[in-house]
Design a protein around this ligand. Structure first.
Ligand code: NAD
Length: 423
C-alpha cells in the first residue's frame, strides 16, 4: 500500500505521488511511461503587481501547472487562498489529469493558484489580481490549450474577468477559455449544482450496491460552500437525512436532521455562519464533525482532514470525497481495514469537471442545452464511471481509490503510446 513518511503526510503532492506509484506498479506501467506521467508538463510562476485601494503597490505570487495534455487541453481550477503552494497546485493538477480520465472526458489536467486572502481584498483588488494573472498567462491558456475554472476562493465573477481579459488580448470574445462562467456569458445550466449533484449520484449508486436506503441514511457534510451546500440541498431533496454540517467557523450535529432550505437561507441570504444557525444542534470544531455518527461522510472543504492520526475515529460506512485530497495516503489503509466504502475524490467530485466539459462543448458549438439535458448527461457519466471504478476494484482486488488511479493511468498511458513522444 502507499507509503508516505509520517512527517510528509500533509504534503498533498507526496500523497498524490504515493497513490500514483502504487497504481502504476500494480498496472505494471513501463518505466518510460511512469517517468513521463509522474512529472508535470509545465509549471509557470507569475509575479502579479497590483495597485491596492490604499495606493500601495503589492506583488502577489501566482502559479499555473499543466500536468498533462495527452488526452486533450488542460483543465483545472484557479484557487485564491493564503496557503497556496506550488506543491499543492502540482498535486491538484495531477489529480485533474486522473479525474478527467476516470470520467473519460477529453481533457488533461492543470491547476492554478494565487497566494492571497480573498476575504481581505476588495472587489477591485480581486479584479486587478485576476486580470493581471490572466494577462501573464494569456499565451498558455485558451480553449485548445488550458481551460481554467473556479475553485476555492474564486467564483463565476472571477471567471467572467478571466474570460474578458483573455478576449481583450486575442481581440475576440472567447467564452470557451474558462468554465464556471455566469449563464449570461456562456455558462452552462446545472454547472453550479454539478459537483454536488455528482456526489449525490455516486452516493445513490453506493447505497444500491450496499443495500442501503436513502431515508435511513444519515449524512455529515464538512464545508458549506459550492460543493457542500449543493450536495446538502440535492441530497436533502432526495430524502437523505443531513445530520451534520460545518463551515470554517464551526460545526453542528443534529441527529433529527437539518432543515436544509432554512440553513441555505441562513448562510446564503442572511450571510451568517453555519454554527450560529438558530434551529441548530450540538456545536463542534469544524474537524470534529467528521467523527460523529453517520452513514455517509462527505468532506467538501479542504485537504488533509482525515489523517493517520484520526482515521480510526471515522464512523461512516461510506466516505464520499467532495473535496480534493481530504484524506491523506496513510489514512487510506486505516479506512480500508475498517471496511469504509470510499468514493475517491477523482470520482466523487468529478461532476464539476464533467459539466465544465459540457459548458466548453456548448460554448464551442454556440448552442446551449436545457438543464434537464445537462443533468441527464451528467447522470450517465457519473453512473457509468462509478460502475467502472467499482468493477475495476473488484476485478483487480484493490480498493476504489487505487482502482480509480489504475483506470485513469491506464487510459492516459494508452493515449500517450498512441501519440508517441515528439522528439
Ligand atoms: P468554497 O470556497 O465554495 O467552499 C468552501 C467551504 O469550506 C466553505 O463553506 C468554508 O467555510 C469551508 N471550510 C474551509 N475550511 C474549512 C475547515 N477547515 N473546516 C470546515 N470547513 C471549512 O469551495 P468549493 O468550491 O465548495 O470547494 C470545496 C472543495 O471541493 C475543494 O477541495 C475544491 O477543490 C473541491 N472541488 C470543488 C469543485 C467545484 O465545482 N466547486 C469541483 C471539484 C472539487
Amino acid at each position: 500500500m502507499a507509503t508516505v513518511a509520517a512527517h510528509n503526510e500533509l504534503n498533498v503532492y507526496e500523497s498524490a505521488e504515493a497513490r500514483f506509484e502504487v497504481a502504476a506498479k500494480l498496472l505494471g506501467l513501463e518505466e518510460g511511461l511512469y517517468k513521463y506521467l509522474r512529472y508535470p508538463n509545465k509549471e509557470i510562476t507569475v509575479y502579479i503587481p497590483v495597485a491596492m485601494d490604499n495606493g500601495h503597490l503589492e506583488v502577489f505570487i501566482g502559479y499555473r501547472v499543466h500536468h498533462s495534455i495527452v488526452r486533450g487541453p488542460c483543465k483545472g481550477g484557479i484557487r485564491f487562498a493564503p496557503d497556496v503552494t506550488l506543491d499543492e497546485v502540482r498535486a491538484l493538477a495531477a489529480w485533474m489529469t486522473w479525474k478527467c480520465a476516470v470520467v473519460n472526458i477529453p481533457f488533461g489536467g492543470a491547476k492554478g493558484g494565487v497566494i492571497c486572502d480573498p476575504n481581505k481584498l476588495s472587489r477591485g483588488e480581486l479584479e486587478r489580481i485576476t486580470r493581471r494573472y490572466t494577462a501573464e498567462l494569456s499565451e498558455w491558456i485558451g480553449p485548445e490549450r488550458d481551460v481554467p475554472a473556479p475553485d476555492l476562493g474564486t467564483n463565476e465573477q472571477t471567471m467572467a474577468w478571466v474570460m474578458d481579459t483573455y478576449s481583450m488580448h486575442v481581440r475576440h470574445t472567447t467564452t470557451a477559455v474558462v468554465t464556471g462562467k455566469p449563464l449570461d456569458l456562456g455558462g452552462s445550466h446545472g454547472r453550479k449544482e454539478a459537483t454536488g449533484r455528482g456526489c449525490q449520484i455516486v452516493c445513490d449508486r453506493a447505497l444500491a450496491k450496499l443495500g442501503m436506503k436513502r431515508e435511513n441514511t444519515r449524512v455529515i457534510i464538512q464545508g458549506f460552500g459550492n460543493v457542500g451546500s449543493m450536495s446538502a440541498m440535492l441530497m436533502h431533496q432526495a430524502g437523505y437525512k443531513i445530520v451534520g454540517v460545518a463551515d470554517i467557523y464551526g460545526a453542528l450535529y443534529n441527529e433529527k436532521g437539518f432543515d436544509i432550505p432554512a440553513l441555505l437561507d441562513w448562510v446564503y441570504a442572511k450571510h451568517k455562519p453555519v454554527p450560529e444557525f438558530p434551529a441548530g444542534g450540538v456545536k463542534f470544531f469544524p474537524q470534529e464533525i467528521l467523527f460523529q455518527p453517520c452513514d455517509i461522510l462527505l468532506p467538501a472543504a479542504v485537504e488533509n482532514q482525515i489523517t493517520s492520526q484520526n482515521a480510526h475515529r471515522v464512523q461512516a460506512r461510506i466516505l464520499c470525497e467532495g473535496a480534493n485530497g481530504p484524506t491523506t495516503s496513510p489514512a487510506d489503509e486505516i479506512l480500508e481495514k475498517k471496511g469504509v466504502f470510499v468514493i475517491p475524490d477523482i470520482l466523487g467530485n468529478a461532476g464539476g469537471v464533467t459539466v465544465s466539459y459540457f459548458e466548453w462543448v456548448q460554448d464551442r458549438q454556440g448552442f446551449f442545452w436545457r438543464e434537464s439535458e445537462v443533468n441527464e448527461r451528467l447522470q450517465d457519466v457519473m453512473e457509468h464511471s462509478f460502475d467502472e471504478v467499482v468493477r475495476y476494484a473488484e476485478t483487480h482486488g484493490v480498493n476504489n481509490r487505487i482502482a480509480a488511479y489504475m483506470l485513469a493511468i491506464d487510459r492516459v498511458g494508452f493515449a500517450l503510446k498512441l501519440r508517441g513522444i515528439y522528439a
